[in-house]
Design a protein around this ligand. Structure first.
Ligand code: A2P
Length: 344
C-alpha cells in the first residue's frame, strides 16, 4: 500500500493537537507527517509516536517543498482562504476544518457515516470540507432515523463547550474561574466571548445575521440540508456553556411516519459510531464529562413526545474537538485513501 505525505495546518491549536493524537492511535499509511503553524511556533517541536517533530512555518511553498499529498487545515477560515489553493496546486487533497468552503456547491461537505460517497467529488476543487462541530454529531444521529422514519423537521438547542473557540477560549474560562475564587471576577477580561463565560450561559455563538439567528445557528441549518441532501426544516438555538470539552444537544425530531422510542433506540444502537446510553432509572445518559477523548457520539434520553406520535426527543453529546473536528477529518482522510487505493 502506498504511504502518504501528510501536513497538519494549525498543528499547535486545539484541533490540530487532537489530529496528532488520533494519528497516534490509528494505523494510518503515512510516509511522513509535517506539523505546520505560524512563524511564532516554527522551530518548536511536538511529540509524536515517542519522537519529536519540528513545527514548520506555513508558507505558500511549503506544500510543494514537502511534497504533501493530504493537507488537514485547522487554523481558521482566513488561513484556509489564503493557503488551501497552494496545497491544491502542489497536488494535495485539502481536508478543511473551517467554515470557509463548506457551502461552496463544488466542495463536498462530508460526514463519513452519512455521505461518504461525496468524497468522490473532491477532484473538482481538490477540497473536502469538514462540517461544523455541532452539525457533525447531530447528522450522525439523524441519518439512521431519517432512513427509517423520514425526517421532516429538527428543533435543536445546543450546549457548546468553550474549546469550540480554540485554546484561548478554554483559557479564558479557566482564568475567569481562578479570578472568581480570588474575588476578582468583576475585573476579569473577556476576549473570546461577548460576555463572561465563567458561571454563565451565553445564547450567542458567532455573529448575528439579519434574520435574528446567529451564524453558528445558520451553519446548522444549511449544513444539515447539504449533508442529508434533503430540505429538512431546522431551527437551532446555539448556546455557549462553561464547560471545556464536549458539545451537548437537545433534539426534538419530527418525522413523516410515526416513531416509536424503543425502535429508534434499537436503530441508533446499530448505527456507526453511535453509542446509546439511556437508562434513566440509574441516572445514565450522555454527558460532556464522559465523552472526552472518545470518537463516538452518545445518545440518550430517547423518548416519545407527549402529544405527537411522529415526534421524538433525545439528548446527544460528543467530544467537539474529536467527533466534531479531528476525528471526522481523519475519517475523511482514511476514506479518501481507500478510494485512491481502490481506483489504482
Ligand atoms: P500558532 O500556535 O503558531 O499561532 P486554536 O484554534 O486553538 O486557537 O489554534 C489556532 C491554530 O492556527 C494554531 O496552531 C496557530 O498556530 C494556527 N495559526 C494561527 N495563525 C496562523 C498563521 N498566520 N499561519 C499559520 N498558522 C496559524
Amino acid at each position: 500500500m502506498k504511504k502518504y505525505n501528510v501536513a497538519v495546518v494549525g498543528a499547535t491549536g486545539a484541533v490540530g493537537e487532537e489530529i496528532f493524537r488520533i494519528f497516534e492511535e490509528i494505523d494510518f499509511p503515512f510516509n511522513k507527517i509535517v506539523p505546520l503553524a505560524s512563524e511564532r511556533s516554527a522551530g518548536n517541536t511536538i511529540t509524536f509516536n515517542n519522537g519529536d517533530l519540528v513545527i514548520k512555518e506555513l508558507t505558500e511553498t511549503i506544500f510543494h517543498e514537502e511534497e504533501i499529498e493530504i493537507a488537514l487545515f485547522s487554523a481558521g477560515g482566513s488561513i484556509s482562504e489564503k493557503y488551501a489553493s497552494f496545497a491544491v496546486d502542489a497536488g494535495a487533497v485539502v481536508i478543511d476544518n473551517t467554515s470557509h468552503f463548506r457551502m461552496d456547491e463544488d466542495v463536498p461537505l462530508v460526514v463519513p457515516e452519512v455521505n461518504p460517497e461525496e468524497i468522490n467529488e473532491w477532484k473538482t476543487t481538490g477540497i473536502i470540507a469538514n462540517p461544523n462541530c455541532s452539525t457533525i454529531q447531530m447528522v450522525q444521529a439523524l441519518k439512521p432515523l431519517d432512513d427509517a422514519f423520514d425526517l421532516v423537521r429538527v428543533d435543536v438547542a445546543t450546549y457548546q463547550a468553550t474549546s469550540g473557540g480554540g485554546k484561548e477560549a478554554m483559557e479564558e474560562l479557566v482564568t475567569q474561574m481562578q479570578d472568581f475564587f480570588a474575588f476578582k471576577l468583576d475585573d476579569s477580561e473577556h476576549k473570546a466571548f461577548p460576555h463572561q463565560i465563567a458561571l454563565n450561559v451565553i445564547p450567542q455563538i458567532d455573529v448575528f445575521m439579519e434574520n435574528g439567528y446567529t451564524k453558528e445557528e445558520m451553519k446548522m441549518v444549511n449544513e444539515t440540508i447539504k449533508i442529508l441532501g434533503k430540505n429538512v426544516e431546522v431551527c437551532a438555538t446555539c448556546v455557549r456553556v462553561p464547560t471545556l470539552r464536549g458539545h451537548a444537544e437537545s433534539l426534538t425530531l419530527t418525522f413523516d411516519a410515526d416513531v416509536d422510542a424503543n425502535e429508534a433506540r434499537e436503530i441508533l444502537a446499530k448505527a456507526p459510531n453511535i453509542i446509546v446510553i439511556d437508562n434513566p432509572a440509574a441516572s445514565e445518559y450522555p454527558m460532556p464529562a464522559a465523552c472526552v477523548d472518545k470518537n463516538e457520539t452518545f445518545v440518550g434520553r430517547i423518548r416519545n413526545d407527549i402529544y405527537r406520535k411522529n415526534v421524538l426527543n433525545m439528548f446527544i453529546v460528543a467530544d467537539n474537538l474529536r467527533v466534531g473536528a479531528a476525528t471526522n477529518a481523519v475519517r475523511i482522510a482514511q476514506k479518501w485513501v481507500e478510494i485512491q487505493e481502490a481506483t489504482k
